[in-house]
Ligand binder design. Sequence first.
Ligand code: GCB
Length: 622
Amino acid sequence: MKKLLIALCLVLYFGAGTAAAGDTAANAELRPALLLTASQSRDSQDLSGQWTYSKDLYRTGLNDINGWVAKSRMQRYRDIDIAAAEAKGGVEFFEFDLDRSAQMNIPGAWNAAAPTLRYYDGLVWFQRKFNARKEPGKRAFLRFEAVNYRAYVYLNGKEIGRHEGGFTPFVLEVTDALRAGDNRLTVGVDSTHDAQTIPTPITDWDLYGGITRPVRLITTPATFIDDATLSLGQDGRITGAVQLQGAQAAGQVVKVAIGDLATASATTDANGRAVFALAAPGKLQRWSPDSPTLYDVRFTTSGDAVRDRIGFRTIAVRGNEILLNGKPIFLRGISLHEEEFGSNPARNMTEQAARALLGEIKHGLNGNYVRLSHYPHSETTLRLADEMGLLVWSEIPVYWTVDWENPAVLHKALVMQAETVYRDRNRASVVMWSVGNETPVSPARTAFHGAMADNVRALDPTRLVSAALLVERHKVNGEDVTEIQDPLADKLDVLAVNTYAGWYGADTLAALPNLKWKLPTDRPLILSEFGADALAGYRNDSMKKFTEEYQAEYYRQTLAMAEQLPTLRGLSPWILKDFQSPRREHPVFQNGWNRKGLMSETGVRKQAFGVLADYYRSKAAR
Ligand code: GCB
C-alpha cells in the first residue's frame, strides 16, 4: 500500500499542470518518445504481407537455460543467411531458419493462421525482408500500430526496441540500423499475459497473439513534425499544438490551415513546441453523427508537412444531460470487440472489415454511438467512426482483475492511457475515456482507478471520463433496489453500469421493467452493457435460454426497464456480433463463441437486432 501511495503522489505531482491539450509537465513522463501523429500522410513503406515465422514456446531465442544469453544457434534475430552457412559446412549449426520458415499474413493474429496455433499462447518470431533507400539527411522510423502483447524488435540483427501493451502504437527510430538495399526485420511477439499485465489472462475474449495491425517504415526530414493536434474548445476557440523533433526544432515557424476556412501560425519554443489559438471561423461546420464534417488540416514548417482529417465539436455534461455541440444527445449505441465478420477471424481490421461492422451500427441499428470495448481499437476503426459519424467510448483493458496494489502495474495503465490519448486526440468521434470495466470495489482498486481518472483528465481535459461499474441490489422496505455503491463514481462525468438481470441471476424477463433503481440525479447514466446469448437460427417460442426469441424478449423487457431510468442518456448493449472466447464452451450453443451478439459471427442478424433497431429508430424520432 505504501508503494502505491508513493506512485499516486507522483501521479498527482505530475498531474498538477493546468494547460489545455496535454503535453504539460503533467504528463511529460508518460509521453511516448516518438509519436509520428498523422503519419498516414507521410512517405512510407507498408510492410504488410507475407512474413515468415518460428514458434518459440520455450523462449530459446531470448534466453538459454538458467537465464543465460540465448545460444547463437537459437537467436532468431540474427542477420545471417543460414542456408549459405550450412552449405559451407563446419561446426556451427542452427535450430531455426526464418528464411525457410512457414509464412503468415501480417497484420493478423496467428490464432487464425494455422490449426496448430489456434490456442498457442507464448513467443513467436516473425521476419520480414524489405528493400529500402537511404536518403542522406533523412530519418527512418518503424511504426507498429499494435503487437499483442510484448514486442522485441530487431533490424539487421540489432535490437532497436521493445514494447508492452497489445493495443497501442509504438515508433522506433531505425535511421542508423537501416541499410540501403536489403533489410531483415525480426520481431519476437510474446502473447503471454500474467497477473501483472493489462489485461490479466482472465478475460472473456480471444487471445489473438501477433502483429495484429499494420507496420510501416516511415521517412522524415532530420527535423520533423512529431505531433500536431487541433480541437474546438467550449469557449468557441480552436486550439492546438505542434511538436517538432530534431536539431532544428526551436524557433521554427509552423503554419496550420483548416481546409480553406482559416490559417494560423506560431513559432516553436526552445523545446520545439508551438501552440495555436484562433476563433472558430463563422463558417465552421460542427462535426456530429448527423453531419460528420471533417476538414483537411495541414501543418507545415519550412522543411516538413503533415495532414490530418479533423472534425470540430464540443462535448460536455450539464446536470444529467450529455451535450454535443451544446445540445442534449441520447447515445444510441452498441458494444463492439475488435473482430471482423467471418468464421475464422484474425482481428485484422481492414477498412472494409471495419466499415462492415460500423455500417451495421450506423445504418442497420440507427445508431449514433459505439462502445469500443475493452481496449483501444485500431486507428482504421477510429478514423471510420469520424468519417461515418459515430460517437466513441474508448477504454483500456483495466478489466475485472488487476494487481491493484502494484505501482508498476499502475504505471503500465497510465502509459497505455497516454499512448491512447496521444494517438486519438484528433478524432472528433472519441467523446469518452473509460477508466475501467467491472472491477470489484476495494480501497486499492478505487485509488488505482482514481489515479487513472486524474491522469486522463490531465492528458485530455476536453473529453468526458467514465467507467463501466457494477451495481448492487439491496432490500429497502422489503423491496429489491439496484444501486451504484462505488466511490469511484465521484471521479466520473458519466456514470455507466453493466447489468445482466434476466440473463445472469434469477430474475424473470417479465420482472425487468419493474425492477427498482436508485440513481444519483446529478449525472448522466449509460447502460454500458446488457445482453443475453442466442444461437442464430435456434428458434422456438418456448422462451428457453439461447433461443433468438429469448434474446429478443430480453431486449424488449430490458429496454422497458431502461425507459424507467430518468437520467439515462445512452445505451451500449452487449454486443453487435458473436465473438470468440475460450470462456464459452457449451458444445451445442457456444463452441468457443460468446453468443450475445445481435448478429452471428458471419453477419446473420438475430431477432433482437430488429428490436433494438426499432427502438433506436423511434428514439431518434423523439
Ligand atoms: C461483462 C463483460 C464482458 C463479457 C460479458 C458477458 O460484463 O464486461 O466483457 O463478455 O459480461 O458476456 O458476460
